[in-house]
Every structure is written in C-alpha cells, then in structure tokens.
Design a binder for this molecule. Structure first.
Ligand SMILES: Nc1nc2c(c(=O)[nH]1)N[C@@H](CN(C=O)c1ccc(C(=O)N[C@@H](CCC(=O)O)C(=O)O)cc1)CN2
Ligand code: GAR
Length: 215
C-alpha cells in the first residue's frame, strides 16, 4: 500500500514562482509522497493564487489580508489576525508549512499555535544566513557587491522563529554575482537557484519527520 502523502500548506504574497516549483515537484522523486493541500495568500492579487487554481485538480486557496481583516474587525489586533491565519492553516492538517514569498512577519501567536501541533514552518529567503535579513535582500546584496563589500550572495531556507530570518538554516546555496551582471541578470540567477532549494529543503524537512504510515 502506498504511504500516505505528506500535506503541505504554502503561504504566499506575490507571483508565486517558488510555489510553482513546489507544484511542479509534488509527487515526483524531487518531492515524493507529498501534495500541496492549501495555498494561503495575504494579498488577493497574488498571482500565486492563479497558479494554484490552474493545477488539475485545483489546489484549494484562501486569502486573508491584514488590513481588510482589521477594518472588518474593529478592536482586533495583528495577533488576532495571526491567530486566524493559524486556524486556517491548521484546518488543512499540514505536515509542513512553507513560507514562499510570504511578506508578513508572524508573531508568537501564530508560531506558538503551530508549534503546539509540532508542525515545522520554513521560509525561503534570497540571501545567505545573517547577510541581508528582511525585505529587499536581492537589491541590497547587489548594491553591496557594487560597493565591493561582498563577492557573492545566495539563498537559504530556514526554520521560522520569532526573529526574522534568524532561524536554523535547513539548506543554503551560494549564488554568484558577476561583475558584468545587471540587477536583472543576478535576480534571475538567484530565483532559479531558489526554485531548486525550496523543493530540496521541503523534502529534507519532511523526510526528517519520517515516512507517514500508510492510510
Ligand atoms: N516570525 C517570522 N516571520 C516571518 C519570517 C521569519 O523569519 N520569522 N520570515 C518572513 C519572510 N521575510 C524574509 O524572509 C520577511 C517578510 C516580510 C518582512 C516585513 O518586514 N514585512 C512587513 C510588511 C511588509 C509588506 O507588507 O510589504 C510586516 O510584516 O509588517 C520581513 C521579512 C516571513 N515571516
Ligand atoms: N524576506 C522574504 C523574501 O524576500 N522572500 C522572497 O520573495 C520572493 C517571492 O517570489 P515568488 O512569489 O515568485 O515565490 C522570493 O525571492 C523569496 O525569496
């Protein structure tokens, strides 16, 4: 009997190219016995939602944006929002939660609720550990290279903790910056590296949890 599939929930905010890499890999030797069961976005215009809906059969999607939530729920806080996010995610019974361009800093409220269920949360970040934490890391790395401050950059997938981009690295890969690169040249090379790293890192974390028993 085939082993039960690992359930993946992916959180996005934008174009979803890392999500697409996971979609393409699910159920293949790159990411065996795994399926994406929910894509949650904090932005309704995120093209990643379309990517999920274009799969056959479509991957279930949900949207929960912070500001509309706060406007619709006077008195509620960012922590309440995070708790709603965890409710939506946990309702999908994930074995892993992957932040793939999810541009919202998650609070202890969210992290505590998923930690209680012993569900790993990982994030793809377009920089080397401790180099360019936070947003706009690609541009910041490119500018630092132009100032002669760094020789290359990279991508990492790390465990998600309260401190942004400071969780234990799961997989790190260096990305070359060439002196003749435009920002676009470097960005394309970096994104292509990300698409392999996010799949490999997801597989590493799922395998570290052990095979799911057959249904
Ligand atoms: N608790 C954690 N939450 C998140 C982490 C993390 O490591 N710990 N990683 C981020 C992803 N990320 C970088 O990899 C990142 C995303 C967003 C921000 C940020 O400052 N967001 C602002 C809003 C920005 C916007 O809406 O454009 C915010 O949340 O107020 C920093 C780092 C995902 N979450
Ligand atoms: N700090 C988080 C961060 O910068 N994440 C980055 O957002 C992009 C999302 O692209 P995608 O929506 O095409 O996957 C990716 O480059 C990812 O590393």
């Amino acid at each position: 009997m085939a082993p039960e599939e690992h359930r993946i929930v992916v959180l996005i905010s934008g174009s979803g190219t890392n999500l697409q890499a996971l979609i393409d890999a699910q159920g293949t030797p790159s990411l065996p016995d795994a399926k994406i069961v929910l894509v949650l976005s904090n932005r309704k215009a995120a093209y990643g939602l379309t990517r999920a809906q274009n799969v056959d059969p479509p991957i279930p999607t949900q949207v929960l944006a912070l500001q509309p939530y706060l406007k619709a729920n006077p008195g509620k806080t960012r922590n309440d929002y995070d708790s709603e996010v965890s409710k939506i995610v946990l309702a999908a019974s994930p074995d892993i939660i992957v932040l793939a361009g999810w541009m919202h800093v998650l609070s202890d409220t969210f992290l505590g609720e998923v930690e209680r269920e012993n569900i790993p949360v990982i994030n793809i970040h377009p920089a080397l550990p401790g180099a360019f934490d936070g947003v706009n890391a690609i541009q910041r790395a490119f500018d630092a290279f132009g100032r002669g401050e760094i020789e290359n950059s990279g991508v990492m997938v790390h465990k998600v903790i309260r401190e942004v981009d400071r969780g234990e690295p799961v997989l790190v890969r260096t990305v070359e910056i060439k002196k003749e690169d435009t920002l676009e040249d470097f960005e394309q090379r970096l994104h292509q590296t990300e698409w392999g790293v996010i799949v490999e890192a997801t597989k590493i974390v799922l395998e570290s949890r052990g095979k799911k028993p057959s249904a």
